[in-house]
Design a protein around this ligand. Structure first.
Ligand code: FAD
Length: 401
């Protein structure tokens, strides 16, 4: 019996390895179109590979998936981030949990993860064919599938796993076998904001903002915000890009974004800090000092101008009405988003094979029995932080059940 796995990424390797554990007497072959194995693993997390996230409650873990949360809940009970960590550590790759719960190899070297997977696959006798693209897949009479490669050769197999990632050819193969494809759109990106005065503040950050977009569901996203030389980035923005990936695509990446600059402050605490600064520094210019340690003084200076509130020049000139207006803007400051930028640490595609086409007990297709679909080819994606690899590992394992 032969099991063919198409795609030598995280999900494909995990599927092949676990299929070999489950069916040790079967031949397992990974077919990869490029010359490289595990390309995204080696590039991931800025070369460090954020291999999973230390969130060990499946219910909570699902909250990090804009698409796929419901289907993954049971799956994470069966192969969790804890299992991922144990799998790599027990094969000689020590891992560490960072302050924000992202998990990396202690070596900070993504190649350790890739080499571990390659070593395990070779040890098990899994064949890996590179530079082999799949031209077509047909149902065969003698065996369930006939896979025709770009070199014209055809191979039959009893079980076929599609693990082609967010790749147009993979979508076409899945579609040719009867699956519904949810149109793919990018997720995990930064926002362009057309304001050269803001761009000059590139590198400044604020630890806890809350942001809300004018499109899609009325949902807030909280976290650090980073100013860049084209707009804004940081966890609050990246999360927002994932949860609003489809709405943003439809809106051509153009919308209003409302920022609460001091998400951890009550209204009372904001007003008190403004009053205290006005009392303490009546002769100082309003642009300096910032009343909040969380807002760097250069950003404060920018905000005071950007608000355009006709405020007095000095702190001592502020009336209670002015203080009220400033507090209002700090809690609700509107910026125009005019496009999307890149997020170099992670990128993922939202969309892919519709989840109603898949049995999540073993990732087998409901429309094409014998075919299993895993990883990013599915309409599953998580926010940044190791969640995308976790769904690749989990679906890879389940495809062997
Ligand atoms: C720069 C970057 C950094 C990232 N960092 C992180 C991170 O730190 N943590 C995290 O959780 N996620 C990260 N991600 C997301 C993560 O890499 C993906 O979600 C994950 O790799 C998906 O795994 P996969 O196996 O489904 O697909 P892929 O890794 O894309 O693998 C699919 C494979 O299939 C092959 N293939 C495609 N079509 C065919 C065909 N027709 N025939 C044969 N082979 C084919 C491709 O060449 C590829 O090798 C990052 C992504 C990027 C781009």
């Amino acid at each position: 019996m032969t099991i063919v796995v198409v795609g030598a990424g995280a999900a494909g390797f995990f599927s092949a390895i676990h299929n070999k554990y489950t069916h040790p007497h079967d031949d397992v072959i990974i077919i990869e179109k490029s010359t490289e194995l595990l390309t995204k693993v080696t590039l991931s997390g800025g070369g460090r590979c954020n291999v999973t996230h230390a969130c060990f409650d499946p219910q909570q873990l699902c909250d990090f998936y804009p698409r796929g949360a419901k289907e993954l809940r049971g799956a994470f009970h069966r192969f969790s981030p804890e299992d991922t960590m144990h799998w790599f550590e027990s094969r000689g790759v020590p891992l560490k949990i960072e302050a924000d719960n992202r998990v990396f190899p202690v070596s900070n070297n993504a190649h350790d993860i890739a080499n571990c997977l390659i070593h395990e696959a070779k040890k098990l006798g899994i064949a890996i064919w590179t530079k082999c693209s799949i031209r077509s897949i047909t149902k065969a009479d003698a065996a369930p599938f006939a896979v025709t490669l770009s070199n014209g050769r055809t191979h039959t197999c009893t079980k076929l796993v599609l693990a082609t990632g967010s790749n147009r050819q993979g979508y076409q193969l899945a579609e040719s076998l009867g699956h519904t494809i949810v149109p793919p759109v990018p997720s995990l990106f930064t926002f362009k904001i057309p304001d050269p005065n803001l761009h000059e503040l590139s590198g400044l950050s604020v630890p806890a903002v809350q942001i809300r977009l004018s499109i899609g569901k009325n949902r807030c996203h909280q976290g650090p915000l980073l100013i860049t030389h084209w707009g804004m980035s940081g966890p609050a923005i990246i999360k927002s890009s994932a949860w609003h990936a489809i709405d943003l695509h439809r809106a051509n990446y153009s919308c209003d974004m409302t920022i609460h600059w001091l998400a951890d402050y009550t209204r009372h605490a904001i007003e008190q800090a403004i009053q205290t600064t006005a009392k303490k520094y009546p002769k100082k210019h309003l642009s300096n000092p910032s009343p909040f340690s969380e807002i760097p003084s250069r950003l404060w200076d920018y905000l005071v101008r950007h608000w355009n509130l006709s405020l007095p020049d000095h702190w001592g000139g502020l009336t209670p009405r002015h203080m009220h207006l400033i507090a209002d803007r700090l809690q609700s400051d509107v910026f125009a988003v005019s496009g999307k930028g890149t997020f170099k640490d992670e990128f993922v595609t939202c969309g892919g094979v519709a989840l109603h086409d898949i049995h999540f007990s073993n990732m087998e297709s409901r429309v094409c029995p014998g075919l299993h679909i895993v990883g990013e080819l599915l309409n599953i994606d998580g926010v940044t932080g190791g969640f995308n690899f976790q769904s690749a590992w989990t679906t890879g394992v389940l495809s062997a059940c």
